[in-house]
Design a protein around this ligand. Structure first.
Ligand code: PEP
Length: 262
């Protein structure tokens, strides 16, 4: 039965595993890691694989990944086209570096850099207007979960980060459910906790768009994903992939996570 559900899911929603390297790896290290990941996973077709190095490594990693089965993503973007925005990077800059995806609204950006649902929404719209695919992160803090506010916070993130997007836009959006208490802590959400929130998010998408759209959007889980927990997470009906931080910084665990989804 599980196998059947899994097969159906592969047909309907292709699993997507993305590695978020955060502020790690200089250019030489990035090239090295991308090459090793590419070699380890050259034969994988059924899982979509994305690497998200820091801005400084994007072009070089793109050179490594050209004509491979691995896509390139950035970790953030600014919504304006160009101009006096010191330190920021535009959608067209990301495109020229070879990006297909871009993470927006990661909890570390919400926590340390003032990211809000409104700025996430502007970034998502700018990415879509430039044919780039946003990976929109949502998720509650530990205090929210303890106060029984998980659904309330997740709803606020989903509804406001995706406000004004069309059904057609949603074909190019990935949602990442990342409970903040699970990021970098070694404590992942249980498969039941993940499935409960993923199902809730899919229900919200149905209300915001329609059933077909909700059914087709891929919802990744993120938060201490490792080779030894990916299998049970990915078997959940509404878990369509993973956004991987720490375990993406070495080729071997990252490759094992991808292979755990085959
Ligand atoms: C992340 O940064 O998106 C993340 C999920 O990190 P980790 O896998 O290290 O918990």
């Amino acid at each position: 039965m599980l196998l059947l559900v899994r097969r159906q899911k592969i047909i309907m929603r292709r699993v997507i595993i993305a590695g978020n390297w955060k502020m790690n790896k200089n250019i030489a290290e990035s090239i090295d890691l991308a090459n090793t990941v590419k070699r380890s996973l050259y034969d994988v077709e059924s899982v979509e694989i994305v690497l998200c190095p820091p801005f400084t490594s994007l072009s070089d990693v793109n050179e490594v990944l050209i004509e491979s089965n691995i896509g390139l993503g950035a970790q953030d973007v600014y919504w304006e086209k160009e101009g006096a925005f010191t330190g920021e990077v535009s959608c067209s800059m990301l495109k020229s570096a070879g990006c297909k995806y871009c993470i927006v609204g990661h909890s570390e950006r919400r926590q340390f850099f003032g990211e809000t649902n409104e700025t996430v929404n502007k970034k998502a719209k700018a990415l879509l207007a430039n044919s780039l695919k946003p990976i929109v992160c949502v998720g509650e803090k530990l205090e929210d979960r303890k106060a029984d506010k998980t659904f309330q916070v997740v709803k606020d993130h989903v509804v406001n980060s995706l406000a004004g997007l069309t059904k057609e836009d949603m074909a190019n959006v990935v949602v990442a459910y990342e409970p903040v208490w699970a990021i970098g802590t070694g404590v992942n959400a249980t498969k039941e906790q993940a499935q409960e929130v993923h199902k809730y998010i899919r229900g919200l998408l149905k209300e915001m768009f329609d059933e077909a759209t909700a059914d087709s959007v891929r919802i990744q889980y993120g938060g201490s994903v490792k080779p030894d927990n990916i299998k049970e997470l990915i078997q959940q009906e509404d878990v369509d992939g993973a956004l991987v931080g720490g375990a993406s910084l070495k080729a071997d665990p990252f490759a094992q996570i991808v292979r755990g989804c085959l």
